[in-house]
Design a protein around this ligand. Sequence first.
Ligand SMILES: [Ca+2]
Ligand SMILES: [Ca+2]
Length: 536
Amino acid sequence: MLVRGSVLLACAALVGTTAVANAGAASAETCSGSGVSLRYVVLFDQETSEQSAADEIESACGDQSIYYPEIGVAVATSASSGFADAIGPDRAFSAQAERLARGHSPAAESADEALSGGAVPSEDRTSEQWDMRTIGADRARTIEPGSPDVAVAVLDSGIDARHPDLAEAVDPDLSAGCLSGAPVSTEDAWVPTASTHGTHVAGIVAAADDGRGIAGVAPGVRLASVKVVDDDGYVDPEAAVCGFMWAARSGIEVANSSFSVTSPGMPCTTSEDQGVVREAVARAVEYADSSGTLSVAAATNGALDLTPSPGSGTAARDDACEVLPAGLRETLAVSAVDASGVKAGYSSYGLGVIDLTAPGGQSDDCVLSTIPGGYGELCGTSMATPHVSGVAALLASGDPDATPALLREALGEQAAPVACPENYDLNGNGTQDAYCAGYLGYNGFYGRGMVDALAAVSGDSTPDPASAEQETGEPARGPVDPQPRQDDEVRDVPDHPGVQDPDRQPTRELDRVVERQTLHDVLQGLGVDRQRVEGR
Ligand SMILES: [Ca+2]
Ligand SMILES: [Ca+2]
């Protein structure tokens, strides 16, 4: 606190003078500001020490809240309007400033009261869980409910730990609030305050198999409530970074991200500031992955085509759209299907991005799960994603040594392939609503297919390490599927003149993919690595 106080004094003293104490100190102009303290995520070279980072932030009239030395990312606050400029281009970003600039009021610091319900009905409602039957979870959990040595971090709006179907699973010692960008482990920091979302997601992963209410995919595993969604529904990049770092440092096996890092007006764009956001979140996810935390994330609900653009990573195509963290290489991206197994209309999709699919529901058939005070139905890729996280937790339970790479490989190999639909005119107006590129074993709607809980608990749970080692190798030319199956029909994606997108090229290269070799070449041209193609 002594340091913080002296920083503020130093900045205040500079206002209205022309004196600059030393070469590194901020000028009078950069220290003057609106007086509104805003939070920033700040990038440093990865080798930067905590003190060096703090010094640089101080000299820019900022106050370092926390520094993550493992990834060279700091969270800072500053009331100086020149803070980002003083730090330098492409190194600092404030989601709060972005919202203010767009006329949104700052997010509430926190709601005063935790969401909580009264008595929860004890009626057995597992017969309504069509989603669990779809992935074989109802049978799987009788074989393997999951180990309490395995934890799933639900990066979300908080989990109601008083819910009888969650009380045993939620581990307060593994839970934290991350809204400020720095973890706070007191309970009031990680309980839900404005949204039932996190509690709903948590129930899908691990609601108790106790004959009451519902049962989750892996009722035997522990849950960590890691609050990253603020009361206005935003996930700022510093909150996401904090969440992944918390999961990694806590040794948590799976991080479920049923959210995307967004700011108003930039749901998935690639603006300059998005570069800072992407870099910060990517570093955190990479670190988590290398620490043994598997990242599983929702494809999002905007019915977006997330297909990577030709050329490089993210932004060569004007309408290229990347969502975080689902679009990151180490993350398993999950699309959502309805009760009939067809991609839900809202689910985003894209060849080279979607890894797996799972039940998210649609319209009248949403997914039943826990909410504070009882049970409720929600639809979305947010609901699909925890099905995959739950199955990943089952796999980790059976093989404590499984790395994220091994879990990804096993999930992909065990998934039940889902073919592209012949016709995807959901509203019946004669035009296709989206186009599914790829073949049975790997396509833009379903990735490698429907996640399979029963397969995860039957027989060999994970492939041998030798096959996973391949994925660190150079991208190789050759068949997409190393062991082609007879039933792998290569899908000829039809022309689609009626698509309702004026910017869309009538025949994009992907739509002419007719054979696997070509698909592989196309994906390589798009910068999609071999791991994506082969399911990693
Ligand atoms: Ca239950
Ligand atoms: Ca249509």
